[in-house]
Design a protein. Sequence first.
Length: 440
Amino acid sequence: MTLTPDLSPAPQRRPDAGEVDLLDLDRWAAEGPPHDWFARKRAESPVWRHPGPDGTRGFWVVSDHEHVTALGRCPHVMSSDEDNGGIVGLGPGDELQAAFDASNAELAAIGLHDNDAKMLLSLDPPEHTQNRKVLNREFTPGAIGSLEPAVRELAGTLLDAVDRARGVGDDVVDFTTEVAMPLPMQVIGDLLGAPRHTHRDLLRWSNEAVTGTDPEYLSPGGSQLAAAAQLAQLFTTMQIERQSEPTDDLVSKLIAAEIDGEPLSQLRFIMYLLLLVTAGNETTRNAMSHGVWAFAEHPEQWDRLREDPSLLSGAVEEVLRWASPLLYFRRNAVEDVEVAGQLVRAGDIVSLWYVSANRDESVFDDSFTFDIGRSPNHHAAFGGGGPHFCLGASLARLELRVLFESMLERYSRIELAGPPDRLRGNFLHGVKHLPVRLRS
Ligand code: HEM
């Protein structure tokens, strides 16, 4: 590999015409991922520096499967630690970054921005390894498999409600709000042990904490921190109840957890739960919506699945590849390193674009074709297999499989009934509304 260090001065302006500004959230809301542009970039140079505003250094974009996977596996060089910049936000000019910076400044002002105010995702080994062990066993395929009957019942109840509404003549369904949002919310809410009457609030606060760059999800006067504080209050109430009466829910398991013989600090306990509720909510629902959208646009794939349900597991993987519910995660270079011929300097922001890696034509044949029979399908939707590989992957797969299985029994065809409404954001590949007709 030839070293061609990028020592050019920081760019002074946003991308030229014909280029895409990844910080332009209105563009994301209007058009979604710039797949063709990513394809061109992958061909030109898989790793390149995106300009920031006003002469700031910007951030590295890693767009091919090989480097997205490799860089996600080397935490000693590419750190996730909050102290080095954490895992979300693309630096100056990024609205999500600004929201996180504002939250952190407020936390620091009240003395809460310390090492314990970090989520599992924003820790590096060895601290990460110890913290991950705390709940690893709860998310193994075996443990998650036992949830299948409960997930099936929840999916059935939601689809029954949709079918009843269709029965009284209202045949257009907003699939996102009526099915894809409530299903993962109820699943993760029940797993945590949150009372059912709190689930709507959990969803609202989770949206606000992670997707507040979209005005639809930001309540008047609300902020990321205010939402996190409300979630923290609910978790503290649950904690007090479970301390006297433990159950088998995740809140009780986190109360009982120990690292080096010590319980989790109060802040770490809250941060763990904040991650579970947001990760459980904001990702799977978008995979569900994108999957239904894809089947509406590719009815032959739905027919194929109906004819051969043994394709279901593969279909779930293809939906995950197609959807890429998390567009990117960030890492932070902690030393100078050459990547794909570029010199990435210590302190640089490095963003790993799963959405682009999942269309990499050197890994996936006909990568722009939605093909439920695709095999192999080594997508990077859950990350590239490093230490942070999605803890909830088995749960997400179960939810998707059960949902599509339940829909296959009911619907012969899925049709779009209007344009889908995309989330305004460059971190989650979100769908806010998906109007469809579900034909029996
Ligand atoms: C389709 C749905 C989902 C997608 C696409 C997804 C994607 C991801 C990705 C890309 C990562 C980071 C991987 C890396 O940095 O290498 C991650 C981490 C994580 N996910 Fe998921 N996720 C999904 C569902 C879930 C669910 C249902 C949960 C359940 C609570 C969950 C919990 C987590 C946690 C706790 C982490 C942090 C793991 C760590 O830092 O060790 N995810 N997920």
